[in-house]
Design a protein around this ligand. Structure first.
Ligand SMILES: [Zn+2]
Ligand SMILES: [Zn+2]
Length: 351
């Protein structure tokens, strides 16, 4: 039997290909994918915003995938056919970095899945072969498009762990986009008093509906707002969840002495850091970069999504059938939209 694979043939050029459904080898499982969400990196590769960014075309995009286990290979324990799972990226498990838990710095070259000369993540396919350590069990009551949030939530967990907040700390998230509102929820789960900075009215309304106080730098005096929200204490942590220079400047206007600024988002073109060293010195500031996630971050993310600590229902703007891939990518790249989820199976047509 054949299955469909979405392939990025070139910048701006997507196509569906077909291949035979593979058999899981030793230590592998075959996943029947139900949904794959289009990450910012995916649509920015598609519309050329990231240039060629080390991509060699054609490749099979997709890393925010969720589905069920269809078949289990030899030597895989603890999973059953039919389990709801999401896909994570967790290293080889036995190199020096993996053994200290730093799986995102795994030293073993990634085993590449290649089908008919095409390599990639294969999340935007109807089936996917993966290693057992990349499989994370998800609550079967959670819709697949929400389970597909495993990877984005794990990166927020990774960043908030780096900030290492204490319960009751004040934390500001700049930018109420997809990752801003994921970071805000994770920070809240870590015990922070969280507020959000955003200028877009729709995003402000969504943030408020999720229970967050919002300051609007277009209309509020951000220094006064932060002072009032923190009852004069000052902002302990700032997560910059939007990749632009203005947002980065804002972080250093409000962070308190000794506070931490987490640079979560990349921007194209790259944002600038307008800081003189004396300010960092006298401010006793910590400036922290983050990206990616380790195996323990995936594990906590699967728990947060499964038990409803992090809710992503409102962050999914559209669910689009796989065949309408061009429309899906256009919507994903449209400013103001949150995640667009590709639905892999046309229930009426496929079976
Ligand atoms: Zn992603
Ligand atoms: Zn490793």
């Amino acid at each position: 039997m054949k299955f469909k694979i979405l392939v990025m043939e070139e910048i701006g050029q997507l196509a569906l290909r077909e291949a035979e459904i593979p058999k899981p080898g030793k230590g592998q499982v075959l996943v029947k994918i139900e949904n794959c969400n289009i990450c910012t990196t995916d649509w920015q590769n598609w519309n050329g915003m990231r240039g060629k960014s080390n991509k060699s075309f054609p490749y099979a995009p997709g890393h925010e995938a969720a589905g069920t286990i269809e078949e289990i290979g030899e030597g895989v324990y603890g999973f059953n056919v039919g389990d709801h799972i999401a896909v994570g990226y967790t290293g080889c498990g036995y190199c020096e970095e993996c053994r200290v838990g730093n799986t995102k710095a795994c030293k073993t070259p990634k085993e590449k899945t290649t089908i008919d000369g095409v390599s990639g993540g294969f999340g935007m396919s109807q089936y996917m072969l993966i290693n057992k350590n990349q499989v994370f069990e998800m609550n079967p009551d959670l819709p697949f498009e929400e389970a597909g949030y495993l990877e984005p939530v794990s990166t927020a967990v990774h960043g908030i762990r780096k900030l290492d907040p204490k319960p009751g700390d004040y934390l500001l998230v700049i930018g109420a986009g997809n990752m801003g509102l994921v970071n805000a929820q994770v920070a809240k789960a870590f015990g922070c008093n969280v507020f959000v900075s955003e200028v877009d009215e729709k995003r402000i309304a969504l943030s408020k509906s999720m229970g967050f106080s919002v300051m609007n730098p277009a209309t509020d005096n951000i220094v006064d707002f932060a002072k009032e929200f923190t009852k004069g204490h000052g902002v302990d942590h700032v997560v910059v969840a939007v990749g632009n220079t203005k947002a980065t400047d804002q972080a250093f206007e409000v962070v308190r002495k000794g506070g931490k600024v987490l640079l979560f988002a990349a921007g194209y073109p790259s944002p600038e850091l307008n800081l003189d060293v004396n300010k960092i010195h006298y401010g006793n500031w910590h400036i922290i970069g983050t990206g990616g996630a380790n195996v323990g971050d995936y594990q906590l993310a699967s728990q947060y999504l499964s038990d409803g600590t992090v809710v992503t229902k409102n962050l999914i703007s559209y669910k689009i059938p796989l065949e309408d891939y061009n429309k899906a990518f256009e919507l994903a790249a449209t400013p103001g939209n949150y995640r667009v989820s590709l639905v892999m199976w046309n229930k009426a047509k496929d079976n």
